[in-house]
Design a protein around this ligand. Structure first.
Ligand code: SF4
Ligand code: SF4
Length: 165
């Protein structure tokens, strides 16, 4: 199945994003911000049980969903950046939480042409690719139905002390 693929190892280190977006109903939409938000919250976020970011949000705009993933309610978020300061792991980049929120719908249904983000990303960090399954050895993970992410995923098991043999 084809998915929109974002390589966070490239995208997170890009200094000046030049990516364009084609969102008909919202010409100023900057879908790359929400794309990075989804991808980062699903893979790099530590999914803290007592999440400092959630506790720091006075607007109740952040919650941990049932699957443990962080979820932000854009209609409540005022872009105050308290969560950015509260996260001890530097997960919430300021550009994820703009005051005017943008959406990425993965350009579902517009497959006759390449999405603008793919055409405009000079680093080739966004592509459409066919994936049969996730590949943990290559750090490829699925997020929802339409997105695949390349990232060094954090996992609680990674920091458990190795048992003596
Ligand atoms: S930026 Fe948004 S989500 Fe973060 S603390 Fe402020 S209101 Fe909450
Ligand atoms: S964003 Fe930071 S503080 Fe919030 S759950 Fe993820 S790692 Fe924890």
């Amino acid at each position: 199945m084809k998915r929109l693929f974002v390589d966070l190892e490239i995208c997170s280190s890009c200094k000046e994003c030049a990516v364009a977006c084609d969102y008909f109903y919202h010409p100023q939409n900057n879908g790359i911000s929400s794309l990075r938000e989804y991808a980062t919250f699903a893979t790099i976020c530590r999914h803290c049980e007592e999440a400092p970011c959630v506790n720091a949000c006075y607007h109740h705009a952040l919650e941990r969903a049932r699957d443990g993933h962080l979820k932000r309610y854009a209609m409540r978020c005022t872009s105050c950046k308290s969560c950015t300061l509260a996260c001890p792991f530097g997960v919430i980049f300021q550009d994820f939480i703009p005051y005017l929120d943008s959406k990425c719908d993965f350009c579902v249904g517009t497959s006759e042409k390449m999405p603008a983000c793919i055409r405009s990303c000079p680093e080739k960090a966004i592509q459409i690719q066919e994936f049969a399954a996730e590949d943990q050895e290559k750090d490829i993970y699925f997020v929802g139905q339409h997105l695949a992410v390349h990232a060094r995923k954090w996992s609680r098991e990674d920091i458990q002390p190795q048992k003596k043999k």
